[in-house]
Unconditional design. Structure first.
Lengths: 620, 353
């Protein structure tokens, strides 16, 4: 592959070279100044978006390993409900009682798995890493609008993580009311011990996490709107940036609502208010609270909770669009339709939340409205899928690790997305609600898909992050093991769900109607644990390649976007000279008449007269 | 000691793996194979795409067929048949889309793999195609929404006037069931009156509660609409009866309801399934704490005559628990006295100021 690579001059095009020759004294000085920064400010309390991105990524990897470990633990319980867990005592201590996992601890495992994966890995780890890393590099900015706020964003996330981590080791255990923390269960320590100190720490941690998200979000939005380089109009932005931008908008509008829910819950728990509590007799005592509504909490929660799944998936969609185009050597099909569908999804994501609540006793008319809005959201999702397929059509596909994960993403997104059509139908949700059908659905469409987007992003932008390549063969092994593993876990899980198996059950052995799938559950558990272990291939590859990977070139994937015009490892300020100007959209791949099969965004039309389309000749 | 040994072996294995990996890289660099890598590995991955599609698809089809009978809990309610039809119709529609898109995805991946000298087709957009594939899903969705909406309104519409009424109350960690008795009216309850014997919080000053009865299992008549009044006295629970396709949250402070018509008696279902031990079961389907997974309750569907016979045999709660009745009366009297005292005391206290 190295033989095919063009020289730096070719990549940057004539204009890039001449412009960078115009010395930019001020910034050069600026650069030198930063070279003797104290390591503490260079690597720890850094305000450089690239360092912050790596911090998010590595913290995310830590959380992903922890979240995966928790899932392996509860899959052990579900696969082998009758066997002894004595051997886990050295790790779990008192949570193993007489050879059995404590049922409350089981619920804590499920809760922490969900919380960690949704918030710490797929929100902070995914969007935190790539929004930070790519927004300045791809829009052509020296850094984020506010480097300081960006640093705070990471450190709020870090502290929030520390608090959540500590909560795991509490005497009474961490929060155990499900990641959706529905009150009254989450409000009353009498109901479950995890709702004591564990829940308090959960709420504090989430409050800090929300602060982190807001600080990050404001920055992403401001940077995209204000700091685009010359010529980078909104209609020339790579789809990655569009998706990060809209993700940040979603987060900014929805996270405060979760904050309000958390705040009211804190009030109910600690200050005797009754926002969510009413008519409760528990532990031999009638509580004084009357007039509250647990359903109100669900409305508040899902007003964030639903946009949240798009916060998780949209960055992955953006990166996958980019990677599919680059490695198919084709423009993304329907660039404007892709932006339009992102806008449509963003807008609709705010008006579908109550499809999580069809059978909570909410007014059925409301259910009808939300069913209608929910199924509409399938249309932009379908458009995206078709456009990805059309991008592959008549391409010239290179299967890099990133490309494999992107194709895997599309496959998983289809498989998981389609069952959403069932669950969005209120009449069918009566039976499917809270069963393993739901679990399988969202693990495919947002869990695994977003993870695949994350992996694709890491493999693709690793060279720009660390100046080295990840090992491709290990990448292939990682992909195929994970891809097959994910399907082996979640396809059979649909069967279990159709049979009506409820989620968050410690064991199904008590019910005759839930007794028929013992073997399948064992199978799912084995597949899940193997798929989890396959992730260590990635972890090894990642850390090994940081130090010993093959050295990268400036533009190893022969890509068009601006980040590849920077040096192999961009320093502080990203471009040593002037920031390149942008003349064209980011998807000029395999343009007829062009010498190479890609034309970077910073190459003016005057340099490419042989390949210009008629209207492009007058563009300058 | 053995643990230490195992850990040591694992660590050594990791080291060996790392060394082998390093060796492999070094040899590949020396043999100069990294330049040719795109060729072979690209072909291998392209072939694997097709293998995955074919083998994976076949395995999926086989396992789906193999498990099909197990994954369908038998249906025993009128609306259950309708939603089941809709479920499988929708499954067929999404199944077709699933197969088409996955075949295209992996098929294209294989067919358009990199070839030396080949150039991709510059095809940035095509409005006609895009409009078509926006409109078609929109139409299909509209049809599905309409069907779903019609069924949903029917299911959640008001229960027939003659429906059998019973109350299900969730608590940590079991269900309590109450029938209205001969007067067909459920008596007033008050959560502040709940104690170990009076688990419902019967307020027996309300006369309509005197004949309410609390059985140990649910009985409902076949072919007759049944209205479940659902509530919870502590945390959220969900009444989930998979055979009847019934599910509704039990919410403290907000009574909910669900009505349905059972179509098969327990005996008929036992005969149909060839399982003499079969019983309809009620489960909790909203996380509620330690015993969430064990909130099982038996439901028996009777022929209408049997149901009437069973119903008339039940003894009311007040009859079975005369002491509760007595203590409630006492409590009530005390309450009245206290209130009266308060009325007297307040002016007196004020006067004494």
């Amino acid at each position: 592959m190295a033989a095919n690579l063009p020289t730096q001059a070719q990549v940057q095009g004539g204009i890039g070279v001449t412009e960078s020759q115009i010395t930019h004294d001020e910034h050069a000085l600026h650069d030198d100044h930063h070279h003797d920064q104290h390591w503490l400010f260079k690597y720890v309390f850094s305000t450089d978006h690239k360092v912050i991105a790596k911090q998010f990524l590595i913290t995310g990897i830590f959380w992903a390993i922890l979240g995966g470990t928790l899932s392996s633990l509860f899959r052990l319980q579900l696969g082998w409900p009758e066997s002894t867990m004595e051997w886990l005592t050295p790790v779990l201590g008192k949570w193993v009682e007489a050879g059995k996992l404590n049922p409350e601890f089981y619920l804590a495992l499920v809760t922490m798995h969900g919380t960690i994966m949704v918030f710490f890995v797929l929100t902070a780890g995914l969007s935190g890493t790539f929004s930070n890393f790519l927004i300045p590099l791809q829009v052509g900015a020296r850094d984020m609008a506010s480097g300081f706020m960006n640093m705070l964003s990471y450190w709020f996330f870090f502290v929030s993580g520390v608090i959540m981590f500590i909560s795991i080791f509490l005497e009474t255990g961490p929060a155990a009311a499900g990641w959706t923390i529905y009150p009254p269960l989450s409000a009353l320590p009498q109901a479950i011990p995890g709702s004591g100190m564990g829940m308090t720490l959960w709420l504090v941690s989430m409050a800090l996490f929300i602060v982190s998200q807001l600080l990050g979000g404001v920055n992403y939005i401001t940077t995209v709107i204000n700091l685009r380089t010359r010529g980078m109009s909104m209609s020339k932005l790579p789809l990655t940036i569009w998706s990060f931008f809209l993700t940040a908008v979603l987060g900014l509008l929805s996270f405060p609502v979760l904050f309000s829910a958390a705040l009211l819950l804190i009030f109910d728990r600690s200050f005797g208010t009754s926002f969510f509590l009413s008519d409760i007799y528990i532990a031999g005592q009638a509580l004084p609270n009357v007039g509250g509504s647990p359903i109100l909490f669900q409305h508040l929660f899902w007003f964030l909770g639903h946009p949240e799944v798009y916060i998780v998936i949209m960055p992955a969609m953006g990166m996958v669009s980019e990677i599919l185009a680059t490695n198919s050597r084709k423009p993304i099909f329907g660039y404007r339709a892709m932006i339009g569908s992102l806008l449509g999804i963003s807008l609709l994501s705010f008006v579908v939340w109550a499809h999580h609540m069809f059978i909570t006793g909410m007014n059925p008319f409301l259910g009808s409205v939300f069913m209608f809005l929910t199924l509409i959201i399938a249309v932009p999702s379908a458009v995206k899928t078709f456009n990805w397929l059309a991008t592959l059509w008549r391409g010239n596909i290179r299967f890099t690790s990133a490309m494999l994960f992107s194709i895997g993403f599309v496959s998983l997104f289809i498989s998981g997305g389609l069952t959403g059509i069932i669950l969005g139908n209120a009449a069918l949700d009566i039976q499917m609600h809270n069963t393993y059908f739901v679990v399988a659905h969202f693990h495919l469409v947002m869990g695994s898909s977003a993870f695949f987007g994350l992996f694709a992003g890491v493999y693709h932008w690793f060279p720009k992050m660390f100046g080295r390549m990840m090992d491709e063969k290990l990448g292939y092994i990682h992909f195929w093991l994970t891809f097959v593993g994910v399907y082996l876990v979640f396809l059979p899980m649909h069967y279990v769900g159709i049979a009506g198996f409820p989620r968050r059950y410690y064991a199904w052995t008590g019910f005759d109607m839930f007794s028929q799938f013992a073997d399948l559950n064992k199978f799912i558990s084995i597949a899940a644990i193997l798929a989890f272990f396959a992730q260590f291939v990635f972890v090894f590859n990642f850390f090994y390649s940081i130090f010993r990977g093959r050295r990268a070139t400036e533009n190893p994937w022969r890509s068009t976007t601006l980040e590849w015009t920077t040096p192999v490892v961009p320093g502080h300020g990203n471009w040593p000279g002037e920031i390149p100007a942008v003349y064209r959209w980011p998807y000029d791949y395999s343009k007829p008449g062009a010498e190479d099969d890609f034309i970077p965004q910073n190459v003016p039309y005057s340099k490419t007269t042989s390949s210009n389309l008629p209207y492009e000749n007058d563009n300058e | 000691m053995t643990t230490l040994g195992v850990l040591l072996v694992l660590a050594l294995l990791l080291v060996v793996f790392g060394l082998l990996f390093r060796l492999q890289i070094l040899t590949s660099i020396f043999s100069g194979s990294s330049a040719r890598e795109l060729g072979t590995s690209n072909r291998v991955n392209a072939v694997l795409m097709i293998v995955f599609l074919v083998v994976g698809g076949a395995a999926f089809a086989w396992s789906f067929g193999d498990n099909f009978n197990k994954m369908n809990p038998p249906i025993a309610s009128v609306h259950g048949h309708a939603t089941e039809r809709m479920f499988w119709t929708t499954m067929i529609i999404i199944g077709i889309v699933f197969v088409l898109t996955q075949v295209l995805l992996f098929g294209y991946s294989y067919k358009y793999q990199h070839k030396e000298g080949q150039r991709a087709y510059f095809f940035p957009h095509n409005n006609k195609i895009e409009i078509i594939w926006t409109i078609i899903p929109a139409i299909v969705m509209a049809a599905l929404v309409f069907a779903g909406w019609k069924e949903w309104t029917r299911i959640t519409g008001p229960a027939p006037k003659d429906a059998v009424v019973l109350e299900i109350m969730g608590k940590q960690f079991n269900w309590l069931v109450r029938y209205p008795g001969r007067d067909m009216k459920l008596g007033v309850v008050n959560y502040r009156l709940i104690d170990a014997t009076n688990e419902f919080g019967f307020d027996l000053s309300d006369k309509s509660g005197l004949d309410d009865f609390v059985p140990g299992e649910i009985h409902i008549p076949k072919g007759h609409p049944v209205l479940l009044k659902i509530r919870s006295r502590d945390v959220l629970h969900a009444v989930y009866m998979p055979h009847f396709r019934v599910q509704m949250y039990a919410v403290p402070g907000m009574p909910t309801k669900f009505w349905f018509t059972p179509t098969k008696t327990t005996d008929e279902m036992r005969a149909q399934l060839g399982n003499p031990k079969f019983d309809y079961e009620l489960a909790c389907n909203q996380i509620c704490g330690r015993g969430h997974f064990a909130m099982k309750y038996k439901i028996i569907v009777d022929e209408p005559d049997d149901y009437v016979a069973w119903f008339s045999q039940q003894k009311s709660f007040s009859e079975q628990n005369p002491d509760v009745l007595a203590s409630l009366k006492q409590k009530e009297e005390k309450l009245v006295v206290k209130k009266a005292a308060a009325v007297i005391e307040t002016p007196a206290a004020k006067a004494s100021l």
